[in-house]
Design a protein around this ligand. Structure first.
Ligand code: URP
Ligand code: ZN
Ligand code: ZN
Length: 466
């Protein structure tokens, strides 16, 4: 614990969502108290950040820890998943609790609280995924907002399990609007996907690539457009998760131009991986199965452009890891492969190289899209910035300390690494969460339970793209 002790992060280049400048950061206890040129008070602990950039802790607003899905469970729990988060410069995540009883949401929140309580190394909040938007459930949404769960997600895909219908989506949007809460959607047309999957399997098209071929871009664009129109109809705020392609992003752009309260994210993998990864042989191809799927690489530059414009206002990971043994269940039938990728540890290093070093975004834009805007959008009022009064969530990142990706240095509880064999040009040196060193040059310093539940505020103000 950091018990009021003073820490000075000295000599680094502070990057915020607005710009960057050389400054020291003074921390007292859990909070940042000043930023500028300071002489360290007597007895202060000095963290030397010379040659490094000093960033606000990243926030991952889209994770699935211990998620029950497709008859399995994702393999990172709140202990391993938040270790990996800290190693990747993440100091707060917002995970999806999933409704598991038809008439209420409280039991799901209690179940997820139970998983996280005493286990996490970094702070966390929850979204609530609604799988049955009946009247008692809609009423229960108030209790969620009161408990600091100010966003609700519906799946327009996964027919037969998580999928919602348009009437339920519309009723949820209306209720969320009343509560000042945010409705999130996984936008893919589940009925059409079901048709295409059934057809593909009947034709003997069973390998991993057919996962992507049965979920084409227009199926995502159509659902995105429909969700945006329903937000327009109801006057509610909508957030589209994991946008993968230019066609879907264009629908969001169009809705924003009409003045609809629609915001959206993409995920690291859609900016750096492509459909070709699904053509890898055997279980290697299965590792890249996620939904919506990885797309043709021609989408990547348009997606970066939408990120720069803020049409896609944030970049998360959709971390949902499954081991090879679980992925191999679908070697002869892609539809049985559990969907999801292990990525929580790699977002900063990947976006630094493919975004900042490659000249696609500035360091400041990286901070904005991975921390500041996420804090604002999801009501994490004490997070997302290096400024007096904010939580002392700080990452010291050395842009000149290359580090190989791979299982050997991964804290993710998964038996492969998507980027094995590649080397990042920079690496996280320290991650502090509320003034406590969680990750220190390759080691986790905290005990499980340092991470705390964060109740999120519920006011939805539109953040329009420029
Ligand atoms: O493939 C994915 N994305 N798995 C996690 C569940 C979801 O759809 O977000
Ligand atoms: Zn999804
Ligand atoms: Zn997800």
């Amino acid at each position: 614990m950091s018990d009021g002790a003073v820490i000075v992060v000295q000599g680094g280049r502070v990057v915020t969502g607005d710009g960057e400048y050389d400054a020291d950061v003074v921390i007292a206890g859990e909070k940042i108290v000043s930023v500028g040129e300071v002489s360290a008070p007597d007895g202060a602990t000095i963290i030397d950040a010379t040659g490094c950039v000093v960033l606000p802790g990243l926030i991952d607003n889209h994770t699935h820890l211990s998620m029950p899905f497709m008859g399995m469970q994702s393999v990172d729990d709140y202990d391993t998943g938040t270790r990996a988060a800290a190693a990747g410069g993440v100091t707060c995540l917002v995970d999806f609790a999933i409704q598991n009883e038809p008439d209420q949401l409280r039991s799901a929140l209690a179940a997820w609280q139970g998983r996280a309580d005493g286990a996490a190394h970094v702070d966390y909040g929850f979204h609530m995924a609604i799988t049955n938007a009946n009247q008692p459930t809609l009423e229960d949404m108030q209790a969620m907002v009161d408990a600091g769960v100010s966003s609700f997600k519906l799946f327009m895909a996964y027919k037969g399990s998580l999928m919602t219908r348009d009437d339920a989506l519309t009723a949820t949007l209306e209720r969320a609007r009343e509560l000042g809460a945010l409705t999130m959607v996984h936008a893919e047309n589940g009925d059409v996907i079901d048709l295409l999957v059934t057809r593909a399997l009947a034709q003997g098209n069973t390998s991993s690539i057919h996962h992507a071929l049965t979920r084409p871009e227009l199926v995502e664009a159509e659902a995105t457009s429909r969700a945006a129109r329903l937000a327009e109809l109801t006057g509610a705020s909508l957030f589209v998760v994991h946008v993968t392609c230019a066609a879907a992003a264009a629908e969001i752009d169009a809705a924003q131009q009409r003045g609809v309260n629609v915001s959206a994210e993409t995920c690291t993998q859609y900016l750096v991986n492509s459909i070709d990864d699904l053509r890898r042989p055997g279980v290697e191809g299965c590792r890249y199965i996620c939904s919506p799927p990885l797309r043709d690489a021609s989408n990547q530059e348009p997606l970066w452009a939408f990120v720069r414009r803020g049409v896609l206002e944030s970049i998360s990971t959709d971390h949902c890891p499954f081991n090879d043994e679980q992925k191999a269940r679908g070697l002869d039938d892609f539809s049985l492969v559990p969907n999801g990728l292990p990525l929580i540890q790699h977002r900063l290093a990947k976006l630094w190289d493919e975004g900042v070093v490659a000249g696609r975004i500035t360091a400041s834009e990286l901070v904005d899209r991975t921390s500041t805007t996420i804090a604002r959008r999801f009501g994490l009022d004490a997070k997302g910035s290096i400024a007096p009064g904010k939580d002392a969530d700080i990452v010291v990142f050395d842009p000149n300390a290359p580090k190989p990706y791979g299982v050997a240095s991964s804290f993710m509880n998964v038996d492969y690494d998507l980027y094995e064999g590649e080397t990042a040009s920079g690496s996280v040196r320290h991650t502090l969460c509320r003034g406590t060193m969680v990750y220190d040059r390759g080691e986790i310093r905290t005990a499980p339970g340092h991470g705390r539940y964060v109740a999120r505020s519920a006011s939805q103000t539109p953040v329009f793209a420029t």
